[in-house]
Design a binder for this molecule. Structure first.
Ligand SMILES: [Zn+2]
Length: 443
């Protein structure tokens, strides 16, 4: 049993309603669980490891609820730079289909490293299509080396049929159940969980039903995209005669155990249906801007009580895995649509922590409080980028230019120290990543 004490932080942001921020505070951890969050003078005097956090802000680790890690070898790909979603996927899908096991490992590892350095400690990854040469274990190896908490969403959504042909339903279900059996941990404080994914618009109803049955059997969650573009919303009307959320209800894909990325093109009655059923939305503002998809009605979703979180999406539609930057984009984009007084730094911070935990079904993440997972991060405050903003350090993090963490603890383990990922040869990773990216683009 080991103990860790963080003390003298300029500010501790707990996300706990009773004392949301503590001045000159700290956190006492035993193994992988938080024991106490309090002003420094109320904490134990020592521990096996003591971290002096003077001049720093300490926060719960950020939670990313939508990503496609495998895409990080294909960022800023010229034929997809100025394309909307459909042309973008047509340009990129043939590259992803050629991914090698090492390519998936390196893409995942680089994306995870970027996330970790940006304050993220838990990520979902939407592996909606496993390239033929790859295995889920190729990605899991990278996740375990970086040490991040993972919610892996696994499936074989039909890619454009003209590109790869159709996929056997039995194969989709086999991949889902095998991945759950190998990697899903339903226990509290789990490092790896698995969710199932399908395509709301393209999967036939019998497959959608079977995926729900499989999710029920294993008590795992369901995840997909919804309403990313106006074209998708219209296609749903044309094909099924009703709107997207009505369609999701008809096929059984609404509920507390379901979350969708985007939700850009939903109307008020659809938003109310999401709120009523407890269906979550992962808001991905950078991706929505990058692909010209639109502005998701987040202020309205907040007002109606939709479970809301944030996702960096990508990596080829963002083209960044910087979680703190995503909080800032969420704040700025809603203000473009709704005005400056409709969303605050506290609200986007809530979406990136407590909101993310709820959307992923985690009662052990998103806050710093006794009994919660020891996932916490720290940013240096006394830097040029925050000069003049230190009267409100939390607002500085969101309003000023996005920074990298000073240190990061995941599950009680120090994963970043003095701005560097512990045990990672970053130069070697970048060299191998660059070679894999070049090989993929060269075919
Ligand atoms: Zn996505």
């Amino acid at each position: 049993m080991t103990t860790l004490l963080v003390r003298h932080a300029e500010r501790v942001v707990t996300m706990d309603d009773s004392h949301p921020q503590i001045f000159d505070g700290g956190v006492f951890i035993r193994d992988n669980v938080i024991q106490q969050v309090a002003p420094t003078d109320e904490l134990p005097a020592t521990a096996d490891r003591v971290i002096e956090a003077r001049g720093q802000i300490v926060l719960p680790g950020l939670i990313n609820t939508h990503h496609h890690l495998f895409q990080s070898l294909t960022r800023a790909y010229p034929p997809a730079q100025n394309a909307g979603v459909s042309q973008w996927i047509e340009a990129l899908a043939p590259l992803w289909d050629r991914l090698t096991p090492d390519g998936l490992y390196l893409a995942s590892k680089a994306g995870l490293a970027e996330l970790l350095l940006s304050g993220c400690t838990t990520t979902a990854d939407h592996l909606y299509y496993l390239p033929p040469a790859c295995r889920v274990a190729d990605e899991i190896a990278a996740v375990e080396e970086i040490g991040m908490r993972l919610h892996l969403c696994i499936g074989q959504s039909p890619p454009p049929a003209s590109l790869f042909g159709s996929i056997e339903h039995a194969e989709v279900l086999r991949l889902g159940s095998e991945t759950i059996e190998q990697f899903h941990d339903s226990n509290r404080l789990a490092m790896n969980r698995v969710a199932l994914t399908g395509s709301l618009m393209f999967d036939p109803p019998d497959l959608q039903r079977k995926l729900i049955e499989l999710a029920d059997t294993f008590k795992v969650r369901l995840h997909s995209h919804m309403g990313e573009t106006a074209g998708q919303a219209q296609a749903c009307l044309d094909r099924f005669g009703h709107r997207l959320v009505e369609h999701a209800e008809a096929v059984g894909w609404l509920g507390e155990n379901v979350w969708y990325a985007h939700g850009v093109h939903l109307n008020l009655s659809e938003i109310r249906m999401l709120a009523k059923t407890g269906t979550g939305i992962a808001h991905c503002p950078s991706s929505n801007m990058r692909l010209g998809s639109g502005i998701a009605p987040i202020v309205s979703m907040l007002h109606e009580g939709v479970p809301l979180s944030l996702g960096v999406d990508g990596s080829a539609s963002n083209d960044s895995s910087h979680m703190l930057a995503e909080l800032r984009q969420a704040l700025l984009l809603q203000r473009v649509a709704n005005g400056p007084d409709t969303i605050s730094a506290e609200t986007v911070f809530w979406m990136g922590t407590v909101g993310g935990a709820r959307v992923l079904g985690r009662d052990d993440l998103g806050r710093l409080a006794p009994g919660m997972a020891a996932d916490l991060v720290s940013f240096d405050l006394e830097i040029l980028d925050f000069a003049g903003a230190l009267h409100d350090p939390l607002a500085a993090l969101v309003f000023c230019a996005p920074q990298k963490v000073a240190w990061s603890i995941v599950n009680g383990v120090m994963r970043v120290w003095e701005g560097e990922i512990v045990g990672l040869d970053l130069g070697d990773l970048l060299r191998r990543h660059r070679q894999a990216s070049r090989a993929l683009l060269d075919g």
